[in-house]
Ligand binder design. Sequence first.
Ligand code: ATP
Ligand code: MG
Length: 1083
Amino acid sequence: MEVKTSLLDNMIGVGDMVLLEPLSEDSFLENLKKRFDHNEIYTYIGSVVISMNPYRSLPIYSPEKVEEYRNRNFYELSPHIYALADEAYRSLRDQDKDQCILITGESGSGKTEASKLVMSYVAAVCGKGQEVNKVKEQLLQSNPVLEAFGNAKTVRNDNSSRFGKYMDIEFDFKGDPLGGVISNYLLEKSRVVKQPRGERNFHIFYQLLSGASDDTLKKLKLDRDFSKYNYLSLDSAVVNGLDDATSFRTVKNAMQIVGFMEDEIRSVLELVAAVLKLGNIEFKPESRCNDTDESRVRDKNDLKEMCELLGIEQTVLERAFSYRTVEAKLEKVSTTLNVAQAYYARDALAKNLYSRLFSWLVTRINESIKAQTKSRHKVMGVLDIYGFEIFEKADNSFEQFIINYCNEKLQQIFIELTLREEQEEYIREGIEWTNIEYFNNAVICDLIENNQNGIMAMLDEECLRPGTVTDETFLDKLNTVCAEHQHFESRLSKNSKFLNDHSLPHSCFRIQHYAGKVLYCVEGFVDKNNDLLYRDLSQAMFKATHSLMKELFPEGNPSKVNLKRPPTAGSQFKSSVGTLMKNLQTKNPNYIRCIKPNDKKAAHIFTASLVCHQVRYLGLMENVRVRRAGYAFRQPYGPCLERYKMLCKRTWPHWRGPAREGVEVLMADLQVPTEEFSYGRSKIFIRNPRTLFFLEERRRQCLQDLATLIQKIYRGWKCRTHFLLLKKSQVVVAAWYRRYAQQKKYQRIKSATTVVQSYARGWQARKLLRELKHQKRCEEAVTTIAAYWHGTQVRREYRKFFRANAGKKIYNFTIQRIMQKYFLGVKSGLPSMSPVDKNWPARPYRFLDAAHAQLRSIFHLWRCKKYRSQFSQERKAVYQEKLEASELFKDKKSLYPSSVSQPFKGDYLEISKNPKYQKLNSCVEEKVLLADVVNKINRANGKGASRILLLTKKNVVLADQKTGQVKASVALPDLISVSVSTQNDGFFALKLKEGSASAVKGDFLLSSEHLIETITKLHHIGSTASDDGEQLDINISDEFLVQFKQDKVCVKFIQAAPKNGNSASCKRKNNRLLEVSVPAATA
Ligand SMILES: Nc1ncnc2c1ncn2[C@@H]1O[C@H](COP(=O)(O)OP(=O)(O)OP(=O)(O)O)[C@@H](O)[C@H]1O
Ligand SMILES: [Mg+2]
């Protein structure tokens, strides 16, 4: 349940001055002081918020505070600026009423801070989202930019706004911000060229010099030292608590967020630099022959730098400072300027340049922040305008006059709107209303702004009048026109009434403003109102190549010469204030009246006289009186009943009927005198604060009783709840314990039962086993007895036959049994079908030895047959060759075992496929059975030469390996034998039939890698080729003779240690001996 609180809870003093009792200036001040001392800086007068400047940061602006005040009724919480902002925002969003927040007070009272607090509150509570946040950020960031250019340190305020600002924030129907429009009012431009003692120029100058990088300063042709610039006052250039360098970065960043382009920021800074440079231009007199003074620029360096910065021709500007051209209709007259006039012209240019730059900044910001959609907007205006200003003695000038006029107008609107609203509320609620007396400052406004004889109209008239016009002639005029006005005083007007007032100097006039009397010195009024800038200067500025500069001085365009005088500063201001007032009147006003507690800018100090003065001129006492004239306090029936219903038994705790009836019952029950209150349509109006305090006191007492009651009931409820909880817990615990105990008991019984059961079953089983065993033994005994009996019977019956044939039959039977068992055993123990498998079942009986061996050989033959039957013709031929090789070489030549595993490929050269041997292949007629590379041993030195050996059915052909040319062809019948060694070498000699055609060159001694295959094939073909079936002779011996042409040479094979690998080497020993060293075969 939401807790309903009220402004009246924990109040320090009274939160709403309307409730002050008794109401007097002293009690008013005392209440303010009491609250101020307790850090309560906000106090209400009805819906108006009085804000005291605390001059220190208080922890009352945190996000938690924002949440606290969000969507709460105005009087629900202690007074706060957030309550006002929330009320205004919610009326705007929910009731579609445009709002304006008017913040007034004197300089340094906290207006600007208040306006920022309102804006930040609204930003925090309104809608969120990327677009909306961007708009909010831009609106908030426009403040630092405008403050840098429009605020300055004054004696009253270190961050004094030197311009008036009114900002319209636009919202859509949901209450999300869409954009804004800023209006600025009359920048105090005289500050640019001269600052009063203890004050500074506008912040931006100091920020630029302290915060800009060396590079930027160099580009702007500036020096960091403030003392180099005539326009910067030095006595308070550094302000405590202001970090100009950091502020400069903040301002640049803010400009970027608002949407300024880099070159725009650069242009703005260039113009600021130009103003500084302008201040350093000095003039010296130069006499001319016709006795008129003429000025000249003293040191042209600054002028030159300024011209470079802005792209102005130096001579043009120099001339503009020396001459003044006056154009009238068709005439153009040029006069020289003396030194004083030149200085005047320079300062006028600086002031104009800066104030136009400021207005341009506002326009540029407006461009960025303006709402993008054209739909109807709800508007919340925030007005932060310079406060009422009264300088001591006669230091008040045209600016103060203008500022104070604006404040008069605001006071007017305040009076009008507050009273009107009050009145309207009474009418709305149907309450009788009697008019109350208050001071209406309309008469002062009239004195200033009246179009016929108002001070401003007089000033304008004087400015436009031909002839000599001075400030004195203006004062004379005022003396004639306004002397009779009750709020106007001057020495002359007093004198005419025979009053001698020495506090009124001759050159001054005094206006009795609503906020006090102010003495204005007329000096400068005419000039400032005229606000003249010599045309030569504006034309010189227009000639600049700097685009922003050009834009600021459009009147300098020679093609658009306008001979009409521009409107005076006063009339411009008057019309803009008029527009502002009209604008404010269409909106629902919310007031924040700021008060400055002391002149020292110090925390905790409350200077009663100063506050009293402000209370008076802000008309706060009147405000309270007006508010209380009718009824001091009002409250809608619902909240009123809610707050006080505990004071009457009939309304407590719930009232079922309409709220108004409930309040009526309540008031009747409390016996409040009927003249003390009135019933409106939706609110009850309480005339006297005493009545409210009576209700509050009763409520407080009642609350104490109720608190005790609630406490009692709560304690009872708490104890009972605790008891019930304990009871419930006890039942649960008991249930669990019982369950546990029963579980345990059950498990015990269950295991005991199992034991008993197992014993019983064991006993039964053993009993059964005994019985079964006994039964079985009985049956066995019976069978044995029966068998013996039958045996006896049979034996007795067959004894006579048995003796004759028994032996033979038993023998045959036994033999049959044994044979049967033997064959079955052989069948089951047969070895595998591999012909090389040597396994065979062991012999079971010795008498079966022969049969067993016979069976083994039969089985072996049978499986060999099976094995052979799988072979193809080719494989058969291969095996045959392998068999033949085995027959020829097995156990005769040590090379043989290594050849067994090598398949006989025959054609190692792939002679028919290889194109290299195509020619050779074509020379041989028959099919080539073997083609291999062999070495032909040279008998002269025993070295080998590679030859291709081809073997066909009829010939042995030797051909050159490289060329494929046939070297020798031996017909097989001419070959009588082949000799090979017993050793592990590939040498062989082909012996030819003596006298045959092939034997002309003698025998061949060759060596082959495939010796076994070659010789086997030779042997096989040789035997098939010979007509008489004669076998080719294979001679295996380690010494044989070879016939080389005429010589017979003995080839001898000896075993040698392995050298250069495993190959055999042949050496010629002498004419008759070739020795072949064969490395011993490695195992
Ligand atoms: N609510 C606040 N909390 C803390 N300090 C404050 C508050 N209001 C104002 N101040 C302090 O007072 C100083 C002056 O306030 P501010 O600039 O708002 O005055 P102002 O009324 O706008 O004056 P001017 O009319 O000269 O512009 C601020 O710089 C700040 O130090
Ligand atoms: Mg301000």
